[in-house]
Every structure is written in structure tokens, then in C-alpha cells.
Design a binder for this molecule. Sequence first.
Ligand SMILES: Cc1cc2nc3c(=O)[nH]c(=O)nc-3n(C[C@H](O)[C@H](O)[C@H](O)COP(=O)(O)OP(=O)(O)OC[C@H]3O[C@@H](n4cnc5c(N)ncnc54)[C@H](O)[C@@H]3O)c2cc1C
Length: 320
Amino acid sequence: MTTFRGANCGLGAKPVCSVFTDTGSNATEGSGGVEMRYEAPETMKAAVALLASDEHGRVLAGGTDLLVQLRADTIEPSLVVDIKKIDEMCAITRENGGFRIGAAVTGAELGEHEAFKSVWPGVVEALELIGSTQIQGRATMGGNLCNASPAADSVPAMIAAGAIATIEGPDGRRDVPVGEVATGPGRTSLRAGELVASFLFPEQAPRTGDAYLRFIPRTEMDIAVVGAGVCLTLDDSDVCVAAKVSLGAVAARALAPEAAAKALIGTPVDDAALAELSRAASAAAQPIDDKRGTREFRIQVTGVMARRAAETALARAKGA
Ligand SMILES: Cc1cc2nc3c(=O)[nH]c(=O)nc-3n(C[C@H](O)[C@H](O)[C@H](O)COP(=O)(O)OP(=O)(O)OC[C@H]3O[C@@H](n4cnc5c(N)ncnc54)[C@H](O)[C@@H]3O)c2cc1C
């Protein structure tokens, strides 16, 4: 008999798992009358097989987006596949000098992982901006990426860090840069039956620093009006030899403007370089205009956020 732990049923959503059977298969009926099955496989292979068997299946990680959408009836999946019982989905391991982070690892777990936090403080600060302490105890980078909100906080930080998403599916495993997973609001490049299994953060060059910043109209519990992630590497003479810049919430998906990164490379990241970065970031932004900020305001703030993130990344690269 499969033991059902049902951790995600504790978020106050309508019951995702009201019926439990000896086979470990759980079914309930959504308000639209569609029967929904809950499964919690213990292997990647089983998760992929389940997802491949039902085109209306959804992955459940922390549930902080999925359960809200279920409760609001904006989605009605016939199958929910909880990935938290799959060991490799929950693991943080060293790989070729870098880190492999399972897609079900929570932001809180990464924030408590001293080794990861000391190498990638910008990624951790992005995760620590998501929602509240309670949300961070559930929310994962996999869910943040695959929910495909243009304002997802961890995504620009992951892109700036050069993170790779490892995707499992019926045709096997493939590696994709994080920036290629979300294709637009609520849309991803994942194929039928595929899920994100883990993220690889590559070995970091010496004298590298990363940072993430966002602007929100309130002091907390809001989504980004603009987000900026920067990662840069200095040589022994303090000249920037590599940089990645990524912008969130200013286009249909996170951007990685090359002109912004080029503004830093080959410079000592001085005022002139930072001003050019700011200009390039603003020029790349294609934001919407709404009650949370006009288009002009967002374009201006994009340059400011990119510059400030670069200043923090620079200080970290210098060991501050
Ligand atoms: C109160 C509140 C505040 C929030 N504040 C913020 C914020 O400040 N910043 C921010 O960016 N977000 C915020 N969010 C949104 C949410 O918390 C994040 O997007 C979170 O990272 C989602 O992760 P999860 O593990 O809970 O995903 P889930 O809800 O489990 O899944 C989200 C989506 O991704 C899919 N999915 C999940 N994992 C995988 C996988 N491994 N492979 C394929 N598909 C997958 C699911 O099927 C679903 O469609 C907030 C949410 C709430 C409720």
C-alpha cells in the first residue's frame, strides 16, 4: 500500500486528494466536474510515465502557484504528479565543481545551504524575496521557472548564474539553458511528458560575484515591477572578463541583453561602464504599462536596478 503524506494539502486549497485508495491512486472531483487523480511516484521514470500518459497532467512541487490556480479554477488538471518523493528531485549535490539542485528543493533549503549560499548569494537573495517565510518553505526554483511568470524572481538570477535546466521526458534527458525554458506568460518549451528534474550551477571562476535586485511598489509580498540579475568575473587587475545580465518583469519572459553584459566586459566596472550598462538595460526593456508602473517608469527603473545589481556583484567579486 502506498502511504500518502499529502504535504501539499496543507495550503488551504480545495482538496486535491480527498480520496485515497490502496493502490496509491487518489482521485477527487474539481468544481468543473473533472475527476482529478493525485500521484506521488518515487522514481523519475514513474513520474515521466505518468505525465506522458495524460496530456492534462501537471507537476506539483511546492504548490504555491499550482494550488492557488486550482482553487481559483484557472486550471483543471486530470492528473497531479507530486515530485517530492523522488530522491534526486530533493537533493543538493556537488557536480564537476558546481552544484546540482533538484527541482523540488525549496528556497528555504537553499538559503540554509551555506556552501551554495556562499558561492551564489544572488540566487539565494532572489529566492528569499519570494513571498514570505511560509511560501519560501514550499516554493521551488523548478516551480518558479515552469509557472512561467515574466516576474518570477529566481529566473533572472539563475540566467545570470548560467544555470542549466536538466529536463527528463519520454525521449530521455536533455540539458537546456534556464533562459530557454519559459517562452511567454504561462508557457514553456517543455514537451509532452517532460519535467524539469534539476538545475546545474556550473563551477564558478575565481573572483566572480552575482546579485539580484527587484523593485516592488510595496515593501514585501508583491511581485517584481522590474527584476535584475547580474553575474560578473574579474581578473587579477580588477578588469571584468565575463558578465551576464538578466532582466525580469519587463518583457513576456526574462531577458538576457548581450549589450548590457558587453557594457561591463573589458572594463574595471567603473562609472562609465555602469552608465552604459544602465542605458543598455533600459534599451532592452519592453515592459507593459499598468497601474503598478508606467512603461516609461519601468524602463527607467530597469537601468537603475541593473546598475545597482552590478555594483553589488562587483563588491562580491572583490570579496567584500
Ligand atoms: C503569497 C504568494 C507570494 C508569492 N510571491 C512571489 C514572489 O515574490 N516572487 C515570485 O517569483 N513568485 C512569487 N509567488 C509565486 C510562487 O510562490 C513561486 O512561483 C514559486 O517558486 C513556485 O514554486 P512551487 O514549487 O510552489 O511551484 P508549484 O506551484 O508546485 O508549480 C508551479 C507550476 O510549475 C509547474 N512545475 C513545478 N515544478 C515543475 C517541474 N519540476 N517540472 C515541470 N513543471 C513544474 C507546475 O505544474 C505548475 O504549473 C508567490 C506566491 C504566493 C502564493
